[in-house]
Design a protein around this ligand. Sequence first.
Ligand code: NAD
Ligand code: ZN
Ligand code: ZN
Length: 342
Amino acid sequence: MKAYQLLAPGRADLTDVDVPSPGPGEVLLRVAGCGVCHSDLHLLHASGLPYPMTLGHEPAGTVAELGAGVHGWEVGQGALAYIVWGCGMCRRCAEGAENACERFPRGLVPGPGLGYPGAMAEYMVAPARSLVPLGGLDPVEAAPLADAGLTPYHAIDRCRALLTPAATAVVIGVGGLGHLAVQILRAVTGSRIVAVDVDPARLAAAEGFGADETVLSDEEAAGRVLELTKGVGADVVLDFVGSGPTLSLAAGVLSSYGCLTVVGLAGGTLAFPAASPPQGLPWGAAVTKPYAGTRRDLHEVLALARQGRIRARVQRWPLAAATSVLAELEAGTIEGRAVLTP
Ligand code: NAD
Ligand code: ZN
Ligand code: ZN
């Protein structure tokens, strides 16, 4: 079968590999679609990975074969895979929070395309317990929910108590994750949503997804967000970029006792001077850096999608176009989420 593999730092290509076979407790998934995440670009530019590694951590498809001992699934059934594969036994995994599995202390819990062979391929093997039924959702449209839906949902859930109808939430970066974050905020909170991006077209789209206000990300952005909140600042700031400029924007518009959530991995550093405001963060600020989400979050994300309250904006591309898609993502010309179809 064809698989899109990382071969060396900075190098990935379509290769021929054997169709994998599911071991005990595993399922072979026939991939219908796999979303392309900005993290795939970070992986492409990283080093020291287990090369060759098939990319792809937004998998959706149909069950093709059951490994020994797997019950409850039928061949042909539509499924999405939970993408952090913890040990399944520690206290975090017992809570469904495999994203914090203790077998990988302070490290990255692996998953498909994140250590294991991923879904930019015709087939993928997954632990049966990682699969969630699609329940009628189109697999190509649902694929991005595995990460671009799950991760913002989890990030929002962690600061849900702050997200009252009187609160303001700022979403920095309304791309693959951010355009779903706006929809999730709209669906699960009553808070005012301010979308921030460098691209005016994405800001216009964000209004359609439910943003109340939009702000162009430039040197005036912090002032405009503060103006919108009468100088008080935003209760929750979700940074889906994570660069130096976005982190200082995030810190500069956070309200006292607000929550700054850093999801993006652009390599910026958040200044944290232990001094009285206005230096750095306001009093009472909390900073969080969530990774993916829990299994329960994934069920809830799919429930929102089935209710029609969130929907990924999807661009379909053939698997063979993976290199072009990554180049377009890097150039900032993919709107919503690109999904590769084998
Ligand atoms: P994307 O490329 O689809 O979207 C990024 C968006 O940010 C684009 O709309 C872009 O225009 C905007 N942007 C870029 N620079 C900006 C700036 N200075 N100010 C405001 N907006 C700006 O990326 P994505 O797939 O949504 O991923 C976003 C980030 O989240 C990546 O760094 C990715 O690696 C990371 N990520 C983290 C997790 C996690 O678990 N923590 C999970 C998935 C993705
Ligand atoms: Zn991702
Ligand atoms: Zn575990």
